[in-house]
Design a protein around this ligand. Structure first.
Ligand code: SF4
Length: 254
């Protein structure tokens, strides 16, 4: 499965991460200078521990940055490093969101990049699944707003008029024999995941919901596919069905 990481998203993500590294590094330097210029022997041990911690975090973040660059270039990383990398990305991402809130930086590029990196991690893990273990989950805003058929709860209620992507996705999921659910929000999504107990999820959503969902679901790989919003958020959205098919094929290793 190919994933295209937009240069802008990558730049924003890497800029924020580099700024955090620089802040940590400068704080460590500041502490060292403070230690040299003051005679605060009482706090010597405390400040020394703080400096060492800062330097270790800076080193760790630089390693993370190098791994991100490696992955975005389509290169692999050693298998034992994948869980550490995954945990690190999921831990640093909320801090980066806080950072972007503080400095009023647009969050969507960050969210998209996080979701793309997450997809890369799922691909690197390379687990092969059976069709019945795969769940495709989409938001109900994919359905045309004028449609009277209730597809949440049972997507087979779609009358197949072809006005929205629900019909195409339904046919796709039937063809590959994978499960397909349309949800109204995070609570229903969580319930459906609990009921179906999938081993692999393909989630279609906007940047914000995708990143929340990826962080929310523990222990199950999630491939995120971003929806498109030609009429604005949460109304008559659509998806590139070929990207969903590509994700299904990845799980099935076809
Ligand atoms: S394809 Fe299905 S869900 Fe979409 S508008 Fe037609 S009947 Fe409604």
């Amino acid at each position: 499965m190919k994933s295209i990481i937009a240069d802008k998203d990558k730049r924003v993500f890497l800029k924020i991460l580099t700024t955090i590294i620089l802040c940590m590094f400068l704080s460590a330097i500041g502490l060292i200078l403070m230690l040299r210029s003051t005679g605060l022997r009482l706090y010597l041990l405390f400040i020394s521990i703080l400096i060492i911690s800062f330097i270790m975090v800076v080193f760790y973040l630089i390693m993370l940055l190098l791994l991100i660059l490696r992955i975005t270039k389509g290169k692999g990383i050693p298998k034992p490093l994948i869980p550490i990398f995954e945990g690190s990305i999921k831990s640093i991402y909320p801090i980066m969101i806080m950072f972007s809130n503080m400095f009023k930086i647009e969050k969507n590029p960050l969210r998209r990049f996080f979701s793309e990196i997450n997809n890369k991690i799922v691909i690197l893990k390379g687990e092969k699944l059976q069709p019945e273990d795969i769940l495709v989950i989409t938001p109900h805003c994919l359905q045309k707003s004028f449609c009277k058929h209730k597809v949440t709860g049972d997507v087979n209620n779609c009358a197949g008029c072809g006005e929205c992507d629900i019909n195409t996705l339904l046919n796709l999921c039937k063809r590959y024999n994978v499960k397909f659910e349309v949800v109204t929000g995070g609570t229903l999504a969580r319930k459906i995941i609990k009921d179906h107990r999938p081993k692999g999820i393909i989630a279609v959503a906007c940047e914000r919901d995708l990143s929340h969902g990826i962080l929310d679901v523990k222990g199950i790989p999630v491939i995120g596919v971003k929806n498109h919003r030609p009429e604005g958020p949460c109304r008559n959205t659509c998806v590139k069905v070929i990207e969903v098919e590509s994700a299904i094929k990845h799980y099935l290793r076809r």
